[in-house]
Design a protein around this ligand. Sequence first.
Ligand code: ADP
Length: 279
Amino acid sequence: RKDPRIESAMPPGVKNLIAVAAGKGGVGKSTVAANLAVALAMDGAKVGLMDADIYGPNQPQMMGVGAGYQPEVDKDNKIAPAEAYGVKLMSMGFLMDPDKPVIWRGPMLHGAITQFLKDVKWGELDYLVLDLPPGTGDVQLTLCQTVPMAGAVIVTTPQSIALSDVRKAVAMFKKLNVPILGAIENMSGFVCAHCSKETKIFAEGSAKALETKFGVPLMGTIPLDPKICDGSDTGKPIVVSAPDSIPAKAFRDAARKVAAAVSVRNASSVPLETKLVKA
Ligand code: ADP
């Protein structure tokens, strides 16, 4: 049974909301969200990216739009998203003074998040990728309780300590009834800029632990690569700046796995009677 309040908060033309989440900051969640969004668009999907990371809205920089970008607001108070690499982009960063600390309180947060969903002219989208703040705070709760998510992708790093953070994120999504589509392990090895060979740095096995301990399928492993960092700094995600590199290929592959997981979930969540009638 669908709650009408929930349905009304869903942006009208958006088919699937995909949350990109991490148990803690600095694991590359925003980098993964940007590359996933662009990779999905490169495969022909209509994609939006909503930067809901109020504590560090990095998408303007990562997507090369700039935090100073002022989105146009029309007479009906509808906001036009920016566009980069075929992806529609809206960021908390566009609304903030970069030199001032962010002090959002519950109701303000709720207001801003729902406005991003309802009042941004997202248009028709196959996927709206949500770059969530790290951890398990108010924004995650508001979003998951306001709109139905197709699912969440959890970003982690190989150090086993990161797994305790993942455990919290997994528990949160389970409690909120948001399906976990899979995990992406970032910084899982090092690609040498000189010889392009990959070296494992951290102990292997934490990715497998994700599958065995939490039942979360691994969608990809992304190595440490200075080109990824350069891409973030210069506003060109690596899937665009170095499409033939190992990390770019891993991102493209992960994006296809995420899309497939969404399709499988959508197919299986259609009630059997409906399927039979349609067929
Ligand atoms: P988070 O959103 O989890 O806080 P970011 O995506 O902002 O993390 O990444 C933090 C920094 O690490 C950024 O400068 C980014 O370019 C860099 N980074 C992320 N992943 C990689 C990687 N695989 N190789 C090299 N640098 C990376």
